[in-house]
Ligand binder design. Sequence first.
Ligand code: COA
Length: 375
Amino acid sequence: MTGTPYSPGLEGVVAGETAISTVGKEGLGLNYRGYAIHDLAEHASFEEVAYLLIHGKLPDGGELARYRKRLAGLRGLPEALKGVLEQLPAKAHPMDVLRTGCSALGAMEPETAEHGTYQVADRLLAVFPAMLLYWHHFHRTGERIETESAEESQAGHFLALLHGRQPDALQRRAVDASLILYAEHEFNASTFSARVTASTLSDFYAAVTSAIGTLRGPLHGGANEEAMRLISRFASPEEAEAAVRAMLAAGQKIMGFGHRVYKKQADPRSAIIQEWSRRLSEASGDLLLYRVSERIERLVREEKGMFANLDFYSASAYHLCGIPTPMFTPVFVLARVAGWSAHIIEQRGANRIFRPIAAYVGPAPRPYVPIEQRG
Ligand code: COA
């Protein structure tokens, strides 16, 4: 098989069909079930979008109200899960907390005929902020926070649990919009991972746990944290330009740039989150991070012909919402679980196990050598 052509990273390989979203397709751009991302980010709420992705249609007023109420009623943590979260180290990465919490919940509330696909999807969507912030507060202050709340939006619920007060209206809307942008993106690595796990007919929690593990890496979800570490190093746009120019000259990657699909076109989500970053910066009166980001973005575009992806301006936007940097990728989970759920459901609806083949590049067949004769 040596020399058999293949596509490293499965670039350009069509690995299945989906009716959930389109990414970078000629004339279609990015849309979720036919709705343009710009319209959704401007007019919809995250709960509306999650409903659209998972149930295949936009909810009417009554459906949305009932969905929000259902999610709000699913934010409580089982005592056993609180115990697991308390046992995890204070220094754990919050992505490890969500990965472990998801897996533990799957053992405590397994998927069954009664607690089926849609119930598990709702439960995970509702409970991830609680899981993350229960662990966060317990290990910082020893407080066992109450995670149930009647707050109708997931964004508001997350910010209220994080800061322990009613969220600022602009920050609430910015996080809501960012959850919409992060909710779904076709066959990205974590979604593909969820579908591969689902394709073995494993359970819903296993598929989401696989996806969280895949999202964690800096080439995927972890890029927003790396982008924050980069932009926060500089005291001025000029300093940022000089440093990033040197990084590019040294062949280093600038996190938050580049994309497997958006190579010749900009990531349409980037301009939307950039606008939120600008608004939040102006409201805070501190434009440094935004100006540094703008300068880096222009430089990388001019020097490498490479566009900022969603993760780049998300970094400053999240920072300005008071979200600690290690929580940036977990916030991605709170959103993308909607897309993962939709994909697990779609995969199950027309399943065939994923089982590609490899081009063999190992040794030619050779005789087995008994251990005492090996030297
Ligand atoms: N900064 C600088 N150069 C970059 C780059 C970046 N962020 N991303 C890619 N490149 C360069 C590569 O070094 C490579 O150069 P070469 O041809 O001289 O070797 C070329 O662009 C092609 O990149 P490649 O890594 O093959 O692209 P890919 O499609 O396999 O990977 C990403 C896509 C997203 C993983 C990649 O662009 C990346 O690592 N970006 C940074 C992480 C990130 O922001 N991830 C979030 C994605 S939403």
